[in-house]
Write a protein that binds this ligand. Structure first.
Ligand code: ATP
Length: 256
């Protein structure tokens, strides 16, 4: 990674790309994961590569939901493990959530690699190796879930997810929080709370918020959730993008 110069204006984004490439070389990320990353980068560019206030508010709603949950589970795939392994472990400890490896392109070898990778970095328990065919209506490998994890969960945090599975998780009664830079994706549309942000910014912010919000009374957490409407939020995200693009175009056109 040393060939990314530190003073490069897009250093952060390039480093994330390097992490995905390294994950690919180590067998954690599949080749399709490189395409997902590229799609995410495009949306990140459009929102200015920063956490916008609307996403920050959704993060607070998500944290409130996780803190109120009886059995929260963080679902991890190859890209998430490559990009934010330590942060996922940290968040799971703070909110007392299980971590489960769940892959679209599942091979037992890759599940084991990711489980071992997270354990080496300090995760006490990582689920995913034991599974039942727990999500009906899905033909992909993602129907396989751990009976002590997603199958039992009331709230599932997903990231870089495919839409089919988010919809299927909803059908079996799970509340789903999605981190997805694309507000048009089926995942964003199907989730109960959609966080339009890069996982590399969203998870650290969730950690900060969880530390503070843990001390709040339950009533206050419930109030935070009760006023939230995800469809409205998605609409607000899209209007934000439209206005940002419009302002950028006007700025360019005002200087010949
Ligand atoms: P859907 O089925 O939900 O419409 P998809 O299966 O076609 O989406 P994928 O290519 O699997 O989408 O990618 C998963 C999603 O993750 C994409 O919507 C992409 O924008 C988003 N994404 C990629 N990288 C990141 C990231 N670093 N942080 C947050 N979201 C990301």
């Amino acid at each position: 990674m040393e060939y990314v110069p530190r003073d490069h204006p897009r250093y952060r984004s390039l480093m994330e790309r390097e992490k995905i490439i390294e994950g690919f070389k180590n067998g954690i990320v599949v080749i399709n994961g490189l395409i997902s990353q590229g799609r995410g980068e495009a949306f990140d560019y459009i929102i200015g590569e920063k956490t916008i206030p609307l996403a920050e508010d959704s993060i607070e709603v998500a944290v409130a939901m996780l803190l109120l949950s009886n059995y929260p589970v963080i679902s991890v795939n190859g890209n998430a493990a490559a990009l934010v392994p330590d942060e996922i472990i940290n968040l799971s400890n703070i909110i007392d959530a299980k971590i489960e490896v769940n892959l679209f392109y599942r091979t037992e070898e890759r599940v084991k690699k990711i489980v071992d990778f997270l354990k080496e970095r300090g995760a006490k328990e990582v689920l995913g190796l034991e599974y039942v065919e727990g999500i009906p209506g899905l033909s992909s490998e993602r129907r396989k879930v751990d009976p002590r994890g997603i199958l039992k969960a009331d709230v599932v945090l997903v990231m870089l997810e495919d839409g089919d599975r988010t919809e299927a998780l909803k059908k079996i009664g799970k509340r789903v929080i999605a981190i997805d830079l694309n507000p048009f994706s089926r995942t964003s549309m199907a989730a109960d709370v959609s966080i339009m942000d890069n996982v590399t910014r969203a998870i650290p912010l969730m950690i900060d918020k969880a530390r503070i919000m843990k001390k709040l009374p339950k009533e206050e957490l419930k109030k935070k959730i009760s006023n939230y409407n995800n469809r409205r939020r998605l609409g607000e995200y899209i209007i934000y993008i439209k206005e940002r693009l419009e302002n950028e175009a006007k700025r360019l056109m005002s200087f010949p």
